[in-house]
Design a protein around this ligand. Structure first.
Ligand SMILES: Cc1cc2nc3c(=O)[nH]c(=O)nc-3n(C[C@H](O)[C@H](O)[C@H](O)COP(=O)(O)OP(=O)(O)OC[C@H]3O[C@@H](n4cnc5c(N)ncnc54)[C@H](O)[C@@H]3O)c2cc1C
Length: 460
């Protein structure tokens, strides 16, 4: 049966009886809550959402989807930007209840189930002075962010999330439960580190834990001008590895710590993260503070978990976005950013993330994420209100991104939206792509796992 002929009314046979976790179907009073994902504007109606509780449940749902012809979605944190973790008429393997975190502080390793969130893991590790670098959202699922690569507040110091990954356990389309690491299924282990959810359902991830004794971080808000934008990018690219930054050029939100006259004016809303001692942090952050008189400076020594403030569980943003890499943001690029943001309205952002450091020291062919030498990641995004507005915002985002990066279509897979096949190819250099296709053909030859940035096996 094709995905298009599925309806939420057709229930999978014999599923509920065989599952230890919960099977939620459209008649369940919690169905609407359970089918909701992070982003707004995604309103899919699965035939069943299975909140799996163990590997056997995962295996059973995979067999049901495969043998009864259901489209299969895999959900950990539900943060897919395009709603890949839900389906119309198909089955969702929902891993939220598989969120166990097992820390071996002495060995500095941890086994983490994919339904745990970045903040849950960060909190659990904090009491041991240990850390794994995830992204800038505490509620993102460890499953999704790890398989995409993971670029966040500690990327220059400790690399990507996948650079701390030691092993993964996965159920493949044929129901096998495999361990993938450098010695077992090494091809699969390579592919899992940046190849997304293409190869099966990951049920556990083992990480090497990084020691971080001291941390300084928080929000720094500067007025945005072409000069401060270019200055920010230059400082971010030349900072010591301990310092990772995310600079959001955007209208100032109406936050209570900003004077009312600043609200709506373009600012650099920066997240600053220094993994080291206080004095070194002060030195490293000085170039940013000296770009202009800060409008707010909340960067201070404190626990790393403070980078993940509490989130409103009912927040459902609707946004269009495009991701790209640049070598730098010189004054003319900064002018372009300033002009594009100035001539639009609503909530809109150009997000600048300096890469490099530990991330760039990993050989490009060591993992499926291969754009190791790209110096800077930029995300352009605009929030929209309704379908018609969406297309207006999408056109603005596309034009802006093309102007900023006319020559290079490469991308980070974790930030791709519904950009199309050419951009999925752009996430991987040719040799990486060929290798990924081979791994896909070995472990998922019928493309059962296709609700993702899909690597299609030949003939599927
Ligand atoms: C607000 C926000 C902020 C973000 N910030 C960052 C950031 O700073 N850095 C960064 O690198 N990324 C970031 N991302 C992107 C994010 O890492 C990806 O969207 C990621 O896929 C989300 O993971 P999830 O488990 O929450 O999502 P889900 O929607 O549950 O999963 C997304 C996809 O991942 C695959 N997947 C998830 N779990 C499994 C599993 N256990 N086994 C197999 N496949 C699985 C599936 O294909 C699924 O469709 C951000 C996203 C959002 C919405």
């Amino acid at each position: 049966m094709s995905a298009t002929t599925q309806t939420a009314d057709r229930s999978p046979n014999n599923l509920a009886n065989n599952i230890k976790g919960r099977v939620i179907t459209p008649d369940d009073p919690t169905y609407d809550k359970e089918r909701t994902v992070f982003y707004g504007g995604i309103d899919k109606r699965p035939s069943a959402i299975v909140r799996v509780s163990n590997v056997e449940d995962v295996r059973r749902v995979i067999a049901t989807a495969r043998d009864q012809g259901y489209e299969l979605a895999v959900r950990s944190g539900g943060h897919s930007v395009v709603g890949h973790s839900t389906t119309d008429g198909g089955i969702v393997i929902d891993l939220r209840d598989m969120s166990n975190i097992e820390i071996d502080a002495q060995a500095r390793t941890a086994w983490v189930e994919p339904g745990a969130t970045a903040i849950q893991v960060t909190q659990a590790l904090a009491e041991h002075g240990l850390v794994i670098g995830f992204g800038d959202s505490g509620s993102v699922g460890v499953g999704g962010i790890t398989l995409g690569g993971g670029i966040g507040f500690l990327v220059r110091k400790f690399g990507m999330t996948i650079d701390s990954l030691l092993a993964a356990e996965i159920v493949t389309a044929d129901g096998r439960h495999l361990r993938a690491d450098t010695e077992h299924h090494a091809d699969l282990f390579w592919a899992l580190r940046g190849g997304g959810g293409n190869f099966g359902v990951v049920t556990r991830l083992q990480f090497r834990l990084n020691e971080m004794k001291q941390f300084t971080g928080g929000i720094l808000i500067l007025p945005a001008t072409p000069e401060t934008i270019a200055g920010f990018a230059a400082a971010a690219l030349t900072a010591p590895d301990e310092l990772s930054t995310i600079g959001n050029v955007m209208p100032a939100p109406p936050m209570p710590f900003l004077p009312p006259e600043v609200h709506g004016r373009l600012v650099i809303f920066a997240m600053i993260a220094f993994a080291g001692d206080d004095e070194a942090a002060t030195r490293a952050i000085a170039p940013f503070r000296s770009l202009a008189t800060p409008l707010a400076d909340m960067v201070k020594p404190g626990p790393y978990v403070g980078m993940y403030p509490p989130e409103d569980p009912n927040y459902r943003p609707t946004a269009v976005a495009r991701t790209l890499f640049v070598d730098s943001i010189d004054l003319s690029a900064a002018k372009l950013i300033f002009e594009y943001l100035s001539k639009s309205d609503g909530m809109r952002v150009a997000q600048l993330r300096a890469l490099g450091g530990a991330m760039a020291r990993v050989p490009a062919d060591a993992t499926a994420y291969a754009h190791r030498s790209k110096p800077m990641l930029v995300n352009v995004a605009a929030f929209y209100d309704g379908e018609a507005d969406r297309e207006v915002r999408r056109a603005w985002v596309t034009e802006f991104a093309k102007k900023l990066q006319p020559n290079d279509d490469s991308a980070y897979v974790g930030f791709l939206t519904d950009d199309g096949q050419a951009r999925i190819r752009g996430a991987y250099p040719d040799s990486t792509w060929d290798r990924l296709v081979k791994v896909k053909s070995t472990y998922d030859p019928t493309n059962l796992f296709r609700l993702n940035q899909n690597i299609r096996p030949p003939g599927s």
